[in-house]
Write a protein that binds this ligand. Sequence first.
Ligand code: G4P
Length: 535
Amino acid sequence: MTAAPNSAPFPPARIRAQADRRRTFAVISHPDAGKSTLTEALALHARVIGQAGAVHGKGNRRATVSDWMQMEKDRGISISSAALQFEYRDTVINLVDTPGHADFSEDTYRVLSAVDAAVMLIDAAKGLEAQTMKLFEVCRHRDIPIITFINKWDRPGQEALALLDEITERTGLRPAPLTWPVGIAGEFHGVLERASGDFIRFTRTDAGAGIAQEERLDADAAAAMIGGDWDTALEEAELLELEGQEHDQDAFLAARSTPVMFGSAVLNFGVHQLLDALVDIAPAAGPRPDQDGNPRPVEEPFSGFVFKVQAGMDANHRDRLAYIRVCSGVFERGMVVTHATTGKPFATKYAQQVFGRDREVVDTAFPGDIVGLVNASALRVGDSLYVDRKVVFPRIPTFSPEHFKVIRAKDSSKYKQFRRGIEQLDHEGVIQVLRSDLRGDQAPVLAAVGPMQFEVAEDRMVNEFNAPCTLEQLNFSLARRTTPEWVSVLSRERGVEVLSRSDGALLALFPDRWRLAGVEREHEGIVLEPLVVSA
Ligand code: G4P
């Protein structure tokens, strides 16, 4: 069912060509590794053509466009996941933002369902940090190809070989450096580009001032200029070769190997190589499997799925903004698409409001692109949209919660509103809702991946559902999935509680991993499955 305003024909070959020139990726990193800095450095090299929501800004850098909630304004951080679109070497790059500071939440994980590749950004001094590992686990679950960028090489850090060992040990990926640093972290001359054998010289520019001039020298010139550090780099590169740490495109695409590059986002060094790698080796938008595993070819009529819903953009209108990843066909503003969950038509005439203030309307979008739809109150995370031939994409999984609070209505006369609010938030996936007979319906447990989810939930309960509530922290930090036959055993254990989630999963909650280990020791064969990612 389509009613595009200017139904210019898009022959399949044209759609395929557009999909082929799309690279859709996210940066996975720990706070302070330099994600904002890298994002801005990437955009500096490219022609920014669109911005859905915004990349959160810090200090004197660009301020967020999507500061839609008071708490977000107060804290100056972005709760929303948004996308930045830019063009580089005739390729359209969609960078999907992963909120990752205090606003770490299920949304951070969910946006990874919309990408085809990830850049794992590592601080050279700190190595792989906790949040990076959590995001990595989600990528692993989906076999998302990962390019590793080791950042902050302009200042003292760990040795390059030690960082490679850490990647191997902790991720199981085989690191395959595309560039190799010449000079240790902090005394950095530049990188050896392994494919060409050239030296790319590092020249300091003022932080964020502009694109660093890139000076390229052949091996002889590099040896004459650098001397000892160049020889060391060559020896180390030989060692990598002997150990088979070469780029292997198939292994990269199968998420068994990760190409590694070294640089400095703040000084804009290595960023251009990273963009080249995205264009040259990262996967283009390809056929996306539906819930039965059958891929929908990119040239089929429009289809996409919602990977993020943002509410409350405008307090007066209770607006909802739904971000869609286009999977096949062409999205044309104004077209009427079918909402797979309800079978109802959905008009997309407001798609233009999505992009930031400098953005012109989004008239067309191709596979790999991110489109935001306003007035999308019927759409939920994971919902599919299509034109002509029905498709339902797989559900977006829920993730292992680490924070738990009991929620109660402050005012018992508002109980009906309270219940409706909880149901709605659960349904939207804003927060997971856990229940048990013991606690009753009046005091369900809210479970979250990041603590800010509670604030969003509380804010919406008060302002949107008119149901003031109280939240009380529970002393749990771990959830494991169990089965009905173990419920009575677990319920007798000190400090352990079993609750059921609205999708039917039985979750056993533990205060810490020591208590969990104790219970596992005591009851041989007990079913306590980790929920890193659960479908
Ligand atoms: P995030 O989004 O991952 O949290 O990190 P962000 O880009 O905000 O960077 C965190 C800090 O690390 C910033 O310093 C930033 O300037 C610095 N940084 C990022 N990339 C590099 C790099 O390649 N080399 C060095 N030496 N520093 C880097 P800040 O002092 O916290 O903030 P600001 O005042 O500079 O904005």
